[in-house]
Design a protein around this ligand. Structure first.
Ligand code: NAD
Length: 475
């Protein structure tokens, strides 16, 4: 079997022996020993070459899967980001792989201590549809940098991209290095039940619960990259024009189908009208002539489109004011502002994952902070403001997976910053060295010195031992 292909015939019949695939990869891992720097760099280089050589095919596949995905968005958010994670890892790998010195407690001197980075073995990666290349490759880069082999299960909702990924990986990697497993929910469930050495899942919080439960059976450690409602808080002294431009740009990138898209806006009561006017104008400027503007991406499928429409219909029926920036057509859904929403509406309860933007006024900053803290811990939090004490207060008094001051979204592209949620938005982190460390066992090793004082503690405990214990307790 060259590629572990879980063929799903009409969504049902699962062929193939995933366990056998995992066993053969683990056997290869044990047979071949620890991958050295050259091999790891070579594997990462193969990922970069694969992306570069297939750039046009990737753009076309994602465009077809979405029924309209902006070429520039794919180049920026899938190609550039994937290549930059490879470049970063290749450049830093030698340093990451080196043993890390740890200070020795005085009581154990002259022993020395180090952390030895060791590959875990075989890593499983389950990825979603919204950035179908990046969210499969970015964890893969971390797993390969750390010297592991990997099985990747991409989303069934971007089938052309998943098929292309399987073909590209099949060309560049042997079946005991990396394989792509295609399929839907059943394949995902079977995949999550495999006894991987680590499982990284990116997707919704609800499915994340199931993945963690399946992994628990094998005591497989998990990294869960989940979703949630990421707030954008505009402080009273913020430069409103700049804040609006940033929020609208971030919200409309990939039509809001970004895990760290600003989900809702909190702003001072008196600034609501100004925000609405500027946001609608910014959306019209960014994306004129909808639905034909190729810069604006479609909602990925009809089910997602209907889910978003249902949120709007429910909010409107319950008294919200709905202000679309343009007419929806096909699956292109324009920026849609929602005012006078209430906490019970789906648009305020559930992750939006589309271009709907509830505007929630506050009287004072404490109220905005309370509102954030009243919900699940968000994946990202954005705060706009000039006064550092104000933005620091928001950062100090809220807990989120990540945060950006005076912009949104872009922290996800910075390899030196760990990426991951907290609470319901996820656990664990990756990107850059944090990804390397996630897929590595940092084995603590104590090196005893030939000359050491352990003999004093040999039983039976005499005066010397008792004296030493007394000394140790005094410290
Ligand atoms: P999803 O949870 O429906 O699916 C994600 C993956 O899980 C797919 O490959 C799917 O086949 C698989 N899957 C489905 N059921 C499964 C099961 N029972 N066991 C194992 N695997 C299963 O998510 P989605 O709709 O594709 O993605 C959208 C969600 O992902 C949003 O909530 C978004 O916020 C989140 N997300 C998070 C990040 C992040 O980095 N934190 C990034 C992108 C998306």
């Amino acid at each position: 079997m060259s590629i572990a292909n879980v063929a799903e015939h009409e969504g049902r019949e699962l062929a193939v022996d995933l366990s056998g695939q995992l066993r053969s990869m683990r056997a290869a891992h044990e047979r071949d020993g620890v991958a050295n720097l050259a091999l790891r760099r070579d594997r990462l280089g193969r990922i970069a070459a694969m992306v570069r050589q297939n750039q046009d095919a990737i753009v076309a596949a994602i465009d077809a899967d979405f029924g309209g995905r902006s070429r520039e968005e794919t180049l920026l958010a899938e190609i550039f980001t994937s290549l930059s994670s490879v470049r970063h890892a290749r450049g830093h790998l030698a340093k990451w792989m080196r043993p890390r010195r740890r200070a020795m407690d005085l009581a154990f001197m002259p022993a020395r201590a180090r952390l030895l980075p060791q590959p875990l073995g075989v890593v499983g990666i389950i990825s979603p549809w919204n950035y179908p290349l990046l969210l499969a490759l970015s964890p893969l880069v971390g797993a390969l940098a750390a010297g592991n082999r990997a099985m990747v299960k991409p989303s069934e909702f971007t089938p052309r991209t998943s098929k292309l990924l399987a073909e590209m990986i099949g060309e560049k990697f042997s079946a005991d290095e990396v394989v792509v497993v295609q399929g839907g929910v059943e394949a995902g469930a079977a995949f999550a039940a495999l006894p991987f050495d680590h499982l990284l899942y990116t997707g919704s919080t609800n499915v994340g619960r199931k993945v963690m439960a399946a992994a628990a059976t094998n005591l497989t450690p998990v990294t869960l990259e989940l979703g949630g409602k990421s707030p954008a808080i505009i402080a009273p002294d913020a430069a409103l024009d700049a804040a609006v431009t940033s929020i609208v740009r971030g919200k409309l990138f990939n039509a809001g189908q970004t895990c760290v898209a600003p989900d809702y806006v909190l702003l001072p009561e008196g600034q609501v009208d100004g925000f609405v006017e500027k946001a609608l104008a910014a959306a019209a400027n960014f994306y004129p002539d909808l639905p034909d503007n190729p810069d604006y991406s479609s909602i990925v499928n009809q089910a997602q489109f209907d889910r978003l429409r249902a949120m709007v219909v429910e909010a409107e029926a319950q008294g919200a004011r709905v202000m679309p920036a343009a007419e929806a057509a096909g699956r292109k859904l324009p920026l849609t502002l929602l005012l006078d929403t209430t906490a019970g509406m789906a648009v305020r309860r559930e992750e939006i994952f589309g271009p709907l933007l509830p505007i929630v006024p506050y009287d004072d900053l404490a109220q905005a902070i309370d509102l954030v803290n009243g919900g699940d811990r968000p994946l990202a939090l954005y705060v706009y403001g000039r006064d550092r004490s104000m933005t620091d207060r928001v950062l100090d008094e809220t807990v989120s997976g990540g945060a950006v001051v005076n912009d949104c979204l872009i922290h996800g592209g910075v390899e030196n910053l760990p990426f991951g949620g907290v609470g319901a938005s996820g656990m664990g982190q990756y990107h850059g060295q944090d990804g390397f460390d996630t897929f590595t066992k940092l084995k603590p090793v104590l090196y005893q010195s030939r000359l050491n004082a352990m003999w004093i503690l040999n039983p039976p405990y005499g005066g010397m031992a008792k004296g030493l214990i007394k000394l140790l307790l005094k410290r």
